[in-house]
Write a protein that binds this ligand. Structure first.
Ligand code: PLP
Length: 397
């Protein structure tokens, strides 16, 4: 009898990717599906970035590069982190990888020993607990609630800290809730990390998608936190470059050298052409980025007005990223046909079948009581989806 890795069998497949694939399949079968499931801007990658990639190909910039990333890009990322985020970093503190996901994976592999605990505030991005398990770590879930706007502070974290705590993963603005963690809370958590000796992995991939005049605050800018902070970001969301697969880590040399060693044995450098494109993204004009941010804010407002009128859904206005995370508690126990809706998976299935709108059940993010709705889609699709969701919910008994 053939056997397989027990570790891999304990890992869940990414449910967001699974639902997005199902929506694509149903569409290819002729169904008129609106998919609000993917965490992906619908805008094309800005023209100047595409041209930089074309030029790189024409100039035969198509070979292996330095494992850690090309020096110009590492410098551009360091420069960005210094200017925009207040981090005290040099190019040697930067590792370029194949997407933000890869950056976080490398960081966890670099710091975790078997049994090390990693605190993950819930609702969380689907991949955090699974990546911790792949690093032989133990995810320790910090539950947050709607009442606190899905935020948390140092006291909440301290209750879960043990001698085995190796890190906390903070994602602000958050996927799936859109919550933005305050500077005050981040300062408290940084002081705690220093006192109790654990890392903060700060996933800031949505740093540029923030609304209502608020400014992103990077925990890595707190000088007393020093090498306790590992900052992860990338070009996927801000520059609409999800398919190019470029992410970056900023950390102390001890972490960067270990993460780079792992990368050197697994993937080697990130794509040369994509690195040239990312360099243009960071160094070139930023006007498209602001246009996209403003478009996301408008879409948030349009969809918020529609969804808050639907009986059975309760939601708040997110401060960043491009997701709503409404509670579906008001729909639990309702019937359609012979079936009773029991949880978020039932609700997502019902909305897919009846409204032909694909959403992600909250279970994927550590909550039975919510669904995630991405608004990285056109106003037309969002308005049509809201109408369909409203109609289908009104038919529930
Ligand atoms: C919270 C969060 N972190 C990291 C990533 C990874 O981004 P990338 O596509 O660059 O791997 C995502 C993408 O969905 C995300 O939502």
């Amino acid at each position: 009898m053939m056997s397989f890795s027990k570790k891999v069998d304990r890992i869940e497949e990414s449910q967001t990717i699974a639902i997005t694939s199902l929506a694509k399949k149903l569409r290819s079968e002729g169904k008129n599906i609106i998919s609000l499931s993917a965490g992906e801007p619908d805008f094309p990658t800005p023209e100047n970035i595409k041209q930089a990639a074309i030029k790189a190909i024409e100039n035969n910039f198509t070979k292996y590069t330095q494992n850690e990333g090309i020096p110009e890009l590492r410098e551009a990322v360091a420069d960005k982190f210094r200017r925009e985020n207040g981090l005290k970093v040099e190019a040697s503190n930067i590792l370029i990888s194949s997407g933000g996901k890869h950056s976080i994976f490398n960081a966890l592999q670099a710091i975790c020993d078997p049994g090390d605990e990693v605190i993950i505030p819930a609702p969380y991005w689907v991949s955090f607990p699974e990546m911790v398990k792949l690093a032989d770590g133990v995810p320790v879930i910090l539950k947050t609630t709607e009442a606190s706007g899905f935020t948390f502070d140092a006291q909440d974290v301290e209750r879960l800290v043990t001698a085995r705590t190796k890190a906390i993963i903070i994602n602000t603005p958050s996927n799936p809730t859109g919550a933005v963690i305050s500077e005050e809370s981040l300062r408290g958590i940084a002081a705690l990390a220093r006192k109790r000796g654990f890392y903060i992995i700060s996933d800031e991939i949505y740093e540029k998608i923030i609304y209502d005049g608020n400014k992103h605050f990077s925990v890595g800018s707190i000088s007393e936190a020093g090498d306790h902070v590992i900052t992860a970001s990338g070009v996927s969301k801000a520059y609409s470059m999800t398919g190019w697969r470029i992410g970056f880590l900023a950390a102390g040399h001890e972490v960067i050298s270990r993460a780079a060693k792992i990368q050197s044995q697994v993937t080697s450098n990130a794509s040369s052409v994509s690195q040239a494109a990312a360099l243009e993204a960071l160094r070139g004009t930023q006007t498209e980025i602001e246009k996209m941010r403003v478009a996301f804010q408008n879409r948030r407002d349009i969809l918020f007005a529609r969804l808050s009128g639907i009986k059975g859904l309760t939601l708040s206005k997110p401060g960043g990223a491009f997701y709503f995370f409404p509670s579906i508690k008001g729909l639990v126990g309702k019937r359609h046909g012979g079936r009773i809706l029991k949880n978020s998976a039932d609700v997502a299935e019902f909305i897919l079948a009846e409204a032909q709108v694909a959403l992600v059940p909250g279970t994927a993010f550590g909550s039975e009581d919510h669904i995630r709705i991405s608004y990285a889609y056109s106003e037309k699709e969002l308005t049509e989806a809201a109408t369909r969701i409203e109609e289908s919910i009104s038919r529930l008994k």
